[in-house]
Design a protein around this ligand. Structure first.
Ligand code: ATP
Ligand code: MG
Length: 292
């Protein structure tokens, strides 16, 4: 009887290994069709990673690129809300899971599309989160994309680690910070994390840089503007630009309309467009060394 049990165990293990390697192959095949993969990270919460991801992705789509967003924030997915897609569901068919189509045809996949209600928490440990992210990469019909932006939760935990390990060909990471000194300490961690995992740092964005008074036009440095640029210089990584604190950014995010679409002529939208140009330049110059 014992022998039968062992054989069953072995059979199950072989079956699992087979499924795993098939999924691995699907992941590699699908990701071959995605030209550039970019992770948006930060050591700190609430600094604007999701706002930056949404607006860089949409600004890239406005320039004519084919774009996807993987919301890899498993516990606090907020990409759908900021794109007006909250409440939508992922559909599956024979080729795989279809992403939800967002503004400017940006393809979106998020845990939010799988949760039964707004209050449902995801109570998962590391391995389950990694397996969800693996499935989002391997089993989603992403199609041909120029850019896949990956929005990550704060810190250097399971999700960023999983994404970096699953995508060793990642073009690079964009680090978002606010200018305060407290935030700069955690930027260092994000830079070290990227370096440790051999992911090039595309650069640092200083979000909530200063506040332009809508009444008098005066520029007020609420979080002491300039910290992002300083830390980028100290760590020898590129500085990509500043995004001011702009009440319209918050308003557009809450309404679910990408800010760059709603206020294309604003100073902040221009900053996003300039950052996209720097990202374009980075991926072009770093293309040669990429792993096929
Ligand atoms: N430049 C800005 N001007 C005004 N409001 C902003 C700006 N950047 C972000 N916000 C607002 O700040 C809040 C936090 O932003 P966001 O959710 O993008 O941060 P996050 O770093 O992704 O947070 P988390 O760590 O929880 O994922 C949101 O309500 C967003 O609309
Ligand atoms: Mg976020």
């Amino acid at each position: 009887m014992r022998g039968v049990g062992l054989n069953e165990d072995r059979g199950e293990q072989e079956n699992w290994m087979k499924k795993f390697s098939e999924q691995e192959k699907r992941l590699r095949d699908r990701m071959k069709n995605v030209e550039h993969k970019i992770a948006v990270i930060s050591g700190k919460g609430g600094v604007g990673k999701t706002v930056v991801t949404v607006n860089l992705a949409t600004a890239s789509a406005l320039k004519g690129y084919r774009v996807g967003i993987l919301d890899a924030d498993i516990h606090g997915p907020s990409i759908p809300k900021m794109l007006g897609l909250h409440g939508q569901r992922l559909q599956a068919g024979p080729p795989g899971i279809f992403p939800v189509m967002g503004p400017m045809n940006v393809k979106v996949v998020s845990m939010d599309f799988l949760l039964p209600s707004d209050e449902s928490p995801v109570i998962w440990r590391g391995p389950l989160k990694m397996s969800a992210i693996r499935q989002f990469l391997a089993d989603v019909v992403w199609g041909d994309l120029d850019f896949l932006f990956i929005d990550l939760p704060p810190g250097t935990g399971d999700e960023p680690l999983s994404v970096m390990q699953l995508l060793p060909e990642m073009d690079g990471s964009i680090i978002v910070t606010i200018p305060s000194e407290v935030s700069q300490i955690v930027v260092k961690k994000a830079v070290m994390f990227s370096r440790e995992l051999k992911v090039p740092v595309i650069g640092v964005i200083e979000n909530m840089s200063s506040f332009i008074c809508p009444n008098c036009g005066a520029e007020i440095d609420i979080f002491r503007s300039g910290g992002g640029e300083k830390i980028a210089k100290d760590l020898s990584v590129p500085f990509l630009g500043k995004i001011p604190i702009d009440p319209k950014i918050c308003e557009a995010s809450d309404e679910g309309i990408p800010f760059v679409v709603k206020y294309p002529d604003s100073r902040s939208a221009k900053s996003f467009m300039e950052i996209v140009e720097k990202v374009e330049a980075f991926v072009k110059t770093h293309q040669k060394g990429k792993i096929e």
